[in-house]
Design a protein around this ligand. Structure first.
Ligand code: AMP
Length: 180
């Protein structure tokens, strides 16, 4: 990585706030609201998210509820792609399909509109942060069930200790700006 990029990433990292014990004890919550509220950090993040995929054919950027909705539509615009939300159960109004995935305790579900992706469409999956990788893996399953092809993953933050990338296919590009 060149020095300029490193100093930009250091700058972005310094805009992220760590909130201990939120939403429950033992979780170090990475709060990106100060990054969003800083015009330079907002623009730099949006530019850096798009850059690795500018030469990839992307038909849709998928954003995961809810913080994947913050940069997802802008990323789609930068890549001349459409935007598709993946949401928690019961939020999408038309016909959906569902993926179930395991949490530390219990399980959770994500849904996508059944008509959002056509067979062969190329999809980039985006979220603010990858922790265990469970939600990105569930999103992958939804895309593949509809016949789409995942061509990349884009996250602002990767919590490397949780090894979330091991839940994703090994042959697909995973781009993360900050490894924390
Ligand atoms: P996972 O499915 O475990 O990769 O979790 C990723 C999702 O949970 C993302 O939508 C994140 O926004 C959220 N998340 C998980 N852990 C954290 C954390 N420590 N700080 C902020 N968001 C988190």
């Amino acid at each position: 990585m060149d020095d300029v990029k490193k100093s930009i990433l250091d700058y972005l990292e310094n805009t992220i706030r760590n909130i201990p014990d939120f939403p429950k004890k033992g979780i170090q919550f990475k709060d990106i609201t100060p990054l969003l509220n800083n015009p330079d950090a907002l623009k730099l993040t949006s530019n850096l998210l798009a850059r690795p995929f500018l030469r990839t054919k992307v038909d849709h950027v998928i954003g995961l509820e809810s913080r994947g909705f913050l940069f997802g539509p802008g990323l789609a615009e930068d890549l001349n792609a459409g935007f598709i939300p993946i949401r928690k159960p019961g939020k999408l109004p038309a016909k959906t399909i569902t993926a179930t995935y395991e949490l530390e305790y219990g399980e959770d579900q994500l849904q996508i509109h059944a008509d959002a992706i056509k067979k062969g469409d190329q999809v980039l999956i985006h979220d603010d942060l990858i922790a265990t990788g469970g939600s990105a893996a569930a999103a992958t399953e939804l895309v593949q069930t509809l016949g789409g092809k995942v061509v990349g993953y884009s996250f602002i933050i990767e919590l490397t200790a949780l090894k979330g990338r091991n839940k994703l296919p090994g042959n697909i590009r995973i781009d993360t700006l900050l490894s924390l």
